[in-house]
Unconditional design. Structure first.
Length: 400
């Protein structure tokens, strides 16, 4: 495969694309040996995507809404299939389990292999209350075996998620661990000194545990009254969290959802990044914690809970601290220690960025992804990425 001929890969996501899904766009943009196009049911207010390579079923009018319903119920989208077929793609890569199920009839109609990436609750929330999840997720849980048989490869964003998929009878030989990685050039430190800020970035929901961080910061501010908690993100708990912060914290601010550039700026300003994810009542757990890796790429020490795949993203005692899940008092101890000890902040930050460059760099990890694309597109058995470094990955892509 040469740079002059770049086969097309269809990146499928039902809604294109929410602000929280920067990792999907970043991975697609980092492809070197494949040309990505985006396909889904409809566009949403969120990330900018190139109009010329974005294809949707529902364009926003009444007819589009009807087409979207027919696609989700019957799996038919002849206009979309025709437009994609004209591009002569070599495979479909869907993100999230429910969207993998939606993309399966599309891939079959195109005669293409399907790769599905699992990112978190799509692999861990297997017993949700019906009223708490969308219809698409309930439909996926009821028809999971169809996807297990029909897709070519399942990409798990961590060893933790791979284990969860195998527990649910996904064929072990089809499940490959692939860390997406972060753009270490975009997430790169620029400030010589940090403000006395503890930063949270994430959805304001039970699973992300922001209430535990507020409790911890109330304790921390007794020792460090000048420390400020800054929360970026939105969600169903925002009103309650603001009330909790108002009664317990000295300095705080809620900034709502922000674009990646703003998130990066705040990571650059912060002294510590903290996101205390927990196991939700539905069983949902943190799959890996991309935001932890982004913060470490910004050379920030991180503090959280040892929950789910976070233990793969953060090296406890080396790049940050992980308290037992829901132990906000221990988390407060770790936060206070890092705020006291600027040298420890610096050492953890440097070690974190070095670890990101070694294990979680987007460019390197995308080369590994492209070896998987090459193997699947040529109908060979998938290669486990642990067997290849990024240099070997490039060689495989060039030979294909």
């Amino acid at each position: 495969m040469t740079m002059a001929i770049r086969p097309t890969v269809v990146i499928f996501c039902d809604h294109l694309l929410y602000l929280s899904e920067t990792f999907i766009r970043a991975q697609a943009q980092a492809l070197r040996y494949f040309s990505p196009v985006y396909a889904g049911s409809r566009r949403v207010v969120g990330l900018d995507l190139p109009d010329a390579s974005t294809y949707t079923i529902n364009e926003g009018d009444t007819a589009g809404k009807i087409k979207e319903v027919l696609f989700k119920i019957l799996g038919t989208a002849p206009h979309l299939v025709g437009r994609l077929r004209a591009l002569d793609p070599v495979l479909v890569h869907a993100h999230f389990g429910p969207d993998g199920l939606r993309a399966l009839p599309l891939s079959r109609q195109l005669g293409l292999p399907l790769i599905v990436s699992f990112h978190g609750s799509d692999a861990t929330a297997i017993a949700p209350r019906p009223h708490e999840v969308p219809f698409g997720h309930r439909r996926y849980l009821a028809n999971k075996s169809v996807l297990q048989r029909g897709a070519s490869v399942f990409l798990a964003v961590s060893d933790f998620i791979r284990g969860k998929l195998i527990e649910q009878d996904f064929p072990a030989e089809k499940v490959v661990v692939h860390y997406i990685g972060v753009d270490s050039k975009f997430f790169s430190p620029s400030r010589p000194a940090a403000d006395l800020v503890v930063l949270f970035v994430g959805r304001l929901s039970d699973r992300k545990g922001p209430d535990y961080l507020i409790r911890a910061m109330a304790s921390v501010q007794q020792e460090h009254p000048e420390a400020e908690l800054v929360l970026i993100g939105d969600g169903p708990l925002r009103k309650n969290l603001e009330a909790q912060a108002k009664t317990s914290l000295r300095k705080y601010r809620f900034l709502g959802a922000q674009k990646p550039e703003t998130v990066r700026e705040w990571m650059d300003r912060a002294a510590i990044f903290s996101a205390p994810s927990v196991t939700a009542a539905s069983g949902g757990e943190e799959a890996f914690g991309m935001v932890f890796v982004e913060a470490q790429a910004m050379q920030k020490p991180v503090v959280g809970f040892a929950s789910g795949g976070v233990v793969e993203a953060v090296e406890h005692g080396q790049t940050g601290f992980l308290a037992p899940e829901r132990d906000w008092r221990k988390m407060a101890e770790y936060l206070a220690l890092l705020l006291r000890d600027r040298d420890l902040q610096r050492r953890f930050g440097i070690a974190g960025r070095q670890r990101v460059l070694r294990l979680f760099d987007l460019e390197k990890q995308t080369r590994v992804l492209e070896t998987i694309y090459s193997e699947v597109a040529t109908r060979r058995a998938p290669v486990r990425p642990q067997k290849f470094n990024s240099t070997e990955a490039v060689e495989i892509c060039q030979r294909s």
